[in-house]
Design a binder for this molecule. Structure first.
Ligand SMILES: [Zn+2]
Length: 320
């Protein structure tokens, strides 16, 4: 029986394989465990902590793979106004009305300890109550910026919907089964409505070709715009706004506030814009695709072309 040994070995390897995969804890697993632990302590759903952490990581633009939690609470808030002792003792912090709390039960409130930071953030959120609207108000008082609050609330919705924080899939915005073409046109001059820089990439395709979401995110804006025609804007979980313009119309189920994933059909390619609502055909049909990054202070446009090239490659591999 020459096959018995290899077969048995193979079976053993198969049995060991899932255990081996489970044993390798990713940074996402570590984060999720911390968020869920904080939820258990405070009753605030984990996806709010995940969204705040994600927002701050993207604003800081830190690519440190070792950093588990990126939430950064200012010393003035942590230790209390005028508290120059910087003692981590909770009673001292309390005396100065500092917000730093002890989340891991070691008696000190340490701003470099992940559990302390998350528990402190939970207490900051709870200052206005436990409901979604209360959390939104607490976030506004903490960050004092509408776009920040909106981005965090949107991201929390994405995490809640997919019950997952490792959401890195991407898709190409035009179905690769159809004919289309695009090249780098970043910064080209546009004449209509005064001289402007071209903030995006034009993907030429026929009227009616499906337009798909490239990312996980939330529909932040849709409707008519003078230059963009029928356009839709999606805020992703990396503080990036994706802008799709000149569409013929939208899919029936697409509405502001809706969570989307890569590949969801948003509408179809058209040539709308450059006039009052409904204006169409003033230029060849194409999808205008723009990307805007928010750094916590301002938003700026960057060239989507290299990303589109990458997503096109991913989409073509999937179709094979
Ligand atoms: Zn364009």
């Amino acid at each position: 029986m020459p096959f018995r040994v290899p077969l048995a070995l193979f079976t053993v390897l198969l049995l060991l394989l899932p255990a081996k995969i489970l044993a390798e804890e990713t940074i996402y697993d570590q984060r999720m465990a911390l968020f869920q632990k904080t939820e258990a302590l405070t009753q605030i759903p984990w996806y709010y902590f995940a969204a705040i952490d994600n927002y701050e990581r993207n604003v800081q633009n830190s690519d440190d793979p070792e950093q588990v939690i990126s939430i950064n609470i200012q010393p003035e808030i942590w230790y209390g106004p005028g508290n120059s002792t910087f003692l981590k003792d909770v009673t001292v912090i309390d005396t100065f009305s500092g917000k730093g709390k002890d989340g891991n039960g070691d008696g000190v409130a340490d701003p470099s300890n992940e559990e302390d930071v998350l528990y402190t953030m939970a207490m900051i959120l709870l200052e206005y109550g436990p409901d979604r609207d209360d959390i939104k108000i607490a976030l506004w008082h903490h960050y004092k910026r509408d776009l920040t609050v909106q981005t965090i609330m949107n991201t929390s919705k994405v995490f809640e919907t997919f019950q997952e924080i490792n959401l890195t899939d991407r898709d190409f915005p035009v179905s690769t089964d159809y004919n289309y073409s695009f090249r780098s046109t970043w910064g080209d001059r546009r004449g209509f409505g005064g001289l402007r820089q071209h903030e995006g990439t034009d993907i030429f395709a026929d009227h009616g070709v499906p337009v798909k979401s490239t990312t996980y995110g939330v529909i932040e804006m849709m409707g008519w715009n003078l230059y963009g025609g029928w356009r839709v804007g999606i805020r992703d979980i990396f503080n990036i706004y994706h802008y799709y313009a000149h569409m013929t119309g939208f899919s029936e189920d697409i509405k502001v506030g809706q969570v989307v994933k890569p590949g969801d059909v948003l509408g179809s390619v058209g040539s709308t814009g450059y006039g009052p609502p409904g204006t169409s055909g003033k230029f060849p049909s194409h999808l205008h695709y723009g990307m805007y990054k928010d750094n916590g202070y301002s938003e700026w446009s960057f060239d989507p072309f290299p990303y589109l090239k990458k997503w096109e490659r991913i989409a073509k591999q999937k179709d094979q």
